[in-house]
Ligand binder design. Sequence first.
Ligand SMILES: CSC[C@H]1O[C@H](OP(=O)(O)O)[C@H](O)[C@@H]1O
Length: 348
Amino acid sequence: MSKVETMRWRDGRLELIDQRLLPERFEYVVCDCAERVAEAIRSMIVRGAPAIGCAAAYGIALEALRTSGEDHPVFDATLEHAFEVLARSRPTAVNLFWALERMRHAWKRMAGQPPGLIAATLLEEAHDIFAEDLRSNLAIGERGAALVPPGARILTHCNAGALATAGHGTALGVIRSAQAQGKNVSVIAAETRPFLQGARLTAWEMVQEDIPVTLVTDNMVGYLMSRGEIDLVVVGADRVAANGDVANKIGTYTIAVLAERHGIPFYVACPLSTIDRSLESGSAIPIEERSPEEVLGFRATRWAAEGVRARNPAFDVTPAALVTALITEKDTVTRPEREKIERLFERR
Ligand SMILES: CSC[C@H]1O[C@H](OP(=O)(O)O)[C@H](O)[C@@H]1O
């Protein structure tokens, strides 16, 4: 399991790795209130669907602790505002809303109790959400590793690693678990323009653990597949609709179409908290449009012509028909469709 602590609770504060600075700089940002956490999500200090959910849960706990000395009217109003601020931070990853709903249920179960007790309960709920995500990723890793042949050359896109979760990762969790089982895999990381999660984060995570990794530009994937240099694809997800359509980082759909063209297995690894059964299909998934500035250059360097416009949809939707299997902590769903996904949520 990765030793990277994407986030940690220390002295009543939430500390987040500032993922905008990796790999050159490894620094933690300290959050003491919900607004600070919301800003960290908006600016992608913390990113990745499960990590966003965990951070938002701690953001609610921080706000409750910060105002636990107030009377109920002030405490309740401040907490309600915290839910609103966090819910507006990013629109696509359903884990954010799943985590906020979990926190709201915990709050409502404590209706009428002293604010101090409510705050302590919300912190425990946030810790539980974090711990459950880590357990889910370890289970996803084990399930997914069973699908990985020895010596497989695995393409992944964006970062669905420890940095995107409570630890171990989803797509990278499959890779870590396969490596731990002695399968001697190698990773091909697509750099993932424009935020470069692949070049900056996935490559960094794999190098830290001596898992062989080769960086490629996003537009090399078709060429590598046509030359037989990729054995399988595994990616994460930000939201899976009831019919199995998958929203993930922009460029994922392109890779899925290419994988289908070349007969390469295309796996999606995600916890149940990423599945949104309220949405009939992927067409209803909100796609975040981020600032054009992220496309026109990177950090302080601009490379695009002055005056040019830019688009920046941060995600796309891969139809379920292009997904070989959905790997979750509960089961692996081959050729996901509504009925199969529903069975994931049946009590066993
Ligand atoms: C384990 S889910 C990670 C998921 O989130 C990423 O998006 P972002 O970096 O914008 O938060 C990307 O879609 C990853 O697959």
